[in-house]
Design a protein around this ligand. Structure first.
Ligand SMILES: [Ca+2]
Ligand SMILES: [Ca+2]
Ligand SMILES: [Ca+2]
Length: 350
């Protein structure tokens, strides 16, 4: 599997090896902590159905699903909730993966993750949903050492009671033939995405890592400030047959970094009942939305205001029952940040 011609293949395989992140049970109460967040497992194979492949590159939708469910359980009732290992969990992850164009072999691109989150939230009538990224602009041409992530921004997002954070990490490596000097370039082996649930205020991040499990648990990863960027305490086992596959042997050394965080923002969850077009008043225009999507729509903004997945006469009834209600302009926007560690950039060096 790790022939001389399949170094690229090795890099992809290495994504799965992020499972080897050093983890331990959190012992001290963290400064920031999102309690009751799920910790879905990207390699779920029971109960059926398993994720495709089954799941080595599904870290983004799986970790994002943690945030969706956390929100659902904390006031955002138009989002779906789910228990670990249930059909509902599977459905949420698959729905996110579809919106994100996730390739279960290759992963998820950053832009697709952002767009997918926006679309997913908009469908649930959180409009206008936005997603933003901190730290993007990773230089894959050997200058990864210069990349920085504003950890303060990540922490600020995490601290919001209406916010979830996905942090993304990238794994870099240098390799050489045994006995020769190390090269100067760093190759990006891949990435990973985790759901950030806590921060101890100094040097430890509490995460729900979709690559560890399957038991629901909180992993604690050390953060080390390197002067201009953070590294995570990660060890990566190198497959024994990798070195032997290359004549003369090879050595590899790696470093994993928090390089990006994705924040998605949703508006106030207090959407008016029956307000299909989300203009803060329930009136004839909402009937028009239902009419335009009658029999074919399935989302709130297509007229499914009673949330049963269909646009039909029952939605007319829902609008009728709330006709004339209106709301003041939302005073605040609720921010939801997903900090993601471990996205896959499709672009590779070489
Ligand atoms: Ca886990
Ligand atoms: Ca309306
Ligand atoms: Ca309906």
């Amino acid at each position: 599997m790790f022939s001389t011609s399949s170094v690229r293949g090795f890099f992809i395989v290495a994504l799965g090896l992020l499972a080897a992140m050093v983890a331990s049970t959190a012992s001290a109460a963290p400064t920031l902590y999102k309690q009751d967040a799920p910790d879905f497992y990207q390699y779920r194979d029971s109960p059926s159905p398993p994720f495709p492949y089954p799941g080595p590159s599904g870290c983004v939708p799986v970790s994002a699903a943690n945030g969706i469910v956390w929100l659902a359980d904390h006031g955002y009732t138009r989002l779906p909730t789910a228990g670990a290992g249930t059909q509902a969990e599977y459905d949420i992850v698959q729905d996110l993966a579809t919106e994100m164009n996730t390739d279960w072999n290759e992963g998820t691109a950053y832009q697709d993750a952002e767009d997918g989150l926006k679309n997913y939230l908009t469908r649930a009538a959180f409009y206008p949903a936005t997603a933003s990224v901190e730290g993007r602009g990773l230089d894959l041409d050997g200058a990864c050492l210069d990349n920085t992530t504003d950890w303060n921004w990540v922490v600020t997002m995490l601290a919001r009671s209406d916010t979830c954070v996905l942090v993304t990490g990238d794994l870099f490596a240098q390799w050489r033939f045994t006995g020769n000097p190390w090269g100067t370039d760093w190759d990006r082996l891949g990435g990973h995405s985790i759901f950030l649930v806590g921060y101890d205020g100094t040097d430890k991040a509490l995460v729900h890592d979709p690559d560890t499990g399957p038991a629901e648990s909180c992993d604690e990863y050390g953060l080390t400030w390197q002067g201009s960027y953070y590294t995570l305490d990660i060890t990566i086992p190198i497959p024994s047959d990798y070195s032997s596959a290359i004549p003369g042997g090879t050595e590899i050394r790696s470093e994993a970094r928090w390089t990006n965080a994705i924040a998605f923002t949703v508006p106030d969850p207090a959407t008016l009942a029956g307000d299909a077009n989300l203009d803060h008043v329930v009136d004839a225009l909402d009937y028009v939305v239902v009419s335009n999507n009658y029999g074919v729509g399935s989302t709130w903004i297509e007229g499914d205001v009673n949330g049963d997945g269909e646009v039909n006469a029952l939605d007319y009834v829902e609008i009728s029952n709330n006709y004339g209600s209106h709301a003041p302009e939302p005073a605040t926007l609720a921010l939801v940040a997903l900090g993601c560690l471990g996205l896959v950039l499709r672009r590779k060096r070489r």
